[in-house]
Design a protein around this ligand. Sequence first.
Ligand code: SF4
Length: 347
Amino acid sequence: MASQLDNSVYTRIDDITQRILAGGEMSADEGRWMIRLDDDYLPWLMASADRIRKTFRGNEIEVCAIANVRSGNCSENCSFCSQSGHHKTQAPAYDYIPADELVAQAKKAREWGASDFGVVSKGWGVRSDKEEGKLEEYFAALDDGSDIGRCASLGALTKDSAGKLKAMGMENYHHNLECAESFFDQVCTTHTYQENIDTINHARDAGLRVCAGGILGMGESLDQRIEMAETLRQLQVESVPLNFLSPVLGTPMGTRTPMSPQEILRAIATYRFMLPQAEIRIAGGRQFLGDMQSMIFMAGASGVMIGDYLTTKGRGVEDDLKMIKDLKLDVRGNTQQRRQQDSTEAA
Ligand code: SF4
């Protein structure tokens, strides 16, 4: 039997799209409506999100990669994370990898076309001389050995540690909110949501580009997905990584049901409407899209993480690059341009 489609839904999507293209915003109420739309309306929603992406982010896709430089036995109890020392998982545990190994990974990522490379360490901030010394060594080695953008994800920052990392040569700081504030007590109790917000503000104040998003599918409500988007909008985050929970056995979220492809695509599209100018980059959990992975860009994503994730394997890099090429999108390789722009602005 034919579906009963409601014309007013199409009209409302179009009206919101026009407002955003004219420089306006989508309200949180509209976001809560949009993220609940039936699958029937998903193609229309995606077409509109695609138009917003093209208008504000162009035809280029930003590609980044990460290295997990220190893994396992983390002091924090994040419920989704296989690296937490509070959960019993099979995640690898090791101390800092050698700097030359890191540079080799960064060079490989640059060859793939990645514009940015993240140094990711378990733990909650840069707290000891040992950590500081190691990061200094890493950033000096990356500066000498590669022209790739230097990012890091190291947990909470203080004003002091943000300044020190900037002085070491770090350019971007990644720190996820993880979820909405109203859901955070289900995710972590060893640190606070306010510490996440303070970290983002300290990074920005130190002159670092901020990359902050979260993980969807942890059991939060649809309203809480919009709540996180609103917080990111208020914080004026430029780059928003979206992950979709990959349940890991042994963690408190190990038996959650992964999001469906349609739910993932609707969330990406709604985030594009909420954050029209942001770099929305898709990271962990892409595998749940199955054969629909290339649709992330039509749903409004403008970036993607390639290679392996922290403790899970990514899709083949060749497949990802071919996917971007087949869609007639370009990989953005703008690290040098960005640095020149920064030094011009600073002069
Ligand atoms: S998400 Fe980060 S801080 Fe939380 S347990 Fe995992 S490694 Fe530690």
